[in-house]
Design a protein around this ligand. Structure first.
Ligand code: PGA
Length: 255
């Protein structure tokens, strides 16, 4: 049994006061961490504020980090800094960072290796563009992304990675991928992991779906066998919707 995950990606939203309002409302109301991992990936400036106030069951993640321990990289944040702040998860290779910050597959690989070596759980985003989708290139893209991301990752570490299939055409558009398609692509990612490692790792690794998940479509997506949880942007900015999706995800996965 893979423990489900509901992860919020706040992107560049929320002032300090708004972040505090969220955490006070959500803490204490999320289901037990024994049953589901609930994670809020917040802007870096709020990480310490949130870590200090995180309850028993909620964990705080970053949305990005540099792969170096330190250096002359103005504006960047290192894995060491995240660890010393109490952050336990980091999103790597989100399509917005790939697009607006020119992050390459190699960067994703280096960041993934750095996160693992610092004991931070990486949430690695994968997914094709609208154009690639229309050209039926999704499977090829996913294979290349997974293969490059896991280069040099040892078997003992591989199942610590969380993957998130996020078709770019579904992110922030209000139109999620059809649940069958999302399930099929998460299944493909699992098969790629099996080919790279083995059956045991493939059945342990957790693969999320992301892209316009909300409380209305969550159940349909989360009932799919290969989808172990969700990475949610817009809808996860609201405490009530976040909590509702945590409950739905848990319910679907405990059937
Ligand atoms: P969305 O974002 O839920 O707003 O589509 C998902 C993401 O960017 O991870």
């Amino acid at each position: 049994m893979r423990k489900p995950i509901l992860a919020a990606n706040w992107k560049m939203f929320k002032t300090r006061d708004e972040a505090l309002d969220f955490i006070y409302e959500v803490n204490g109301n999320v289901p037990s961490k024994d049953l589901i991992d609930t994670i809020v990936c917040a802007p870096a400036i709020h990480l310490r504020t949130l870590v200090k106030r995180q309850g028993e069951n909620l964990r705080i993640g970053a949305q990005n980090m540099h792969y170096a321990d330190e250096g002359a990289y103005t504006g960047e944040i290192s894995p060491n800094m995240l660890v010393s702040t109490g952050v336990t998860y980091v999103i790597i290779g989100h399509n917005e960072r790939r697009r607006y910050n020119n992050e390459s597959e190699q960067d994703v690989n280096l960041k993934l290796l750095a996160a693992l070596s610092h004991g931070i759980t990486p949430i690695v985003c994968l997914g094709e563009t609208q154009e690639q989708y229309e050209h039926a290139d999704t499977d090829y893209i996913l294979r290349e992304q997974v293969k490059t991301a896991f280069r040099g990752v040892k078997s003992v570490d591989a199942s610590r990675v969380i993957l998130a299939y996020e078709p770019i055409w579904a992110v922030g558009t209000g139109i999620s991928a059809p649940s069958e398609l999302a399930d099929q692509k998460c299944g493909l990612v699992r098969r790629i992991i099996r080919q790279l490692y083995n059956q045991e790792i493939a059945s342990e690794i957790r693969i999320l779906y992301g892209g316009s998940v909300n409380p209305d479509n969550c159940e349909e997506l989360m009932s799919k066998e290969n989808i172990d949880g969700a990475l949610v942007g817009g809808a996860a900015l609201y405490p009530d919707k976040f909590l509702k999706m945590c409950d739905i995800c848990l319910k679907c996965k405990s059937r």
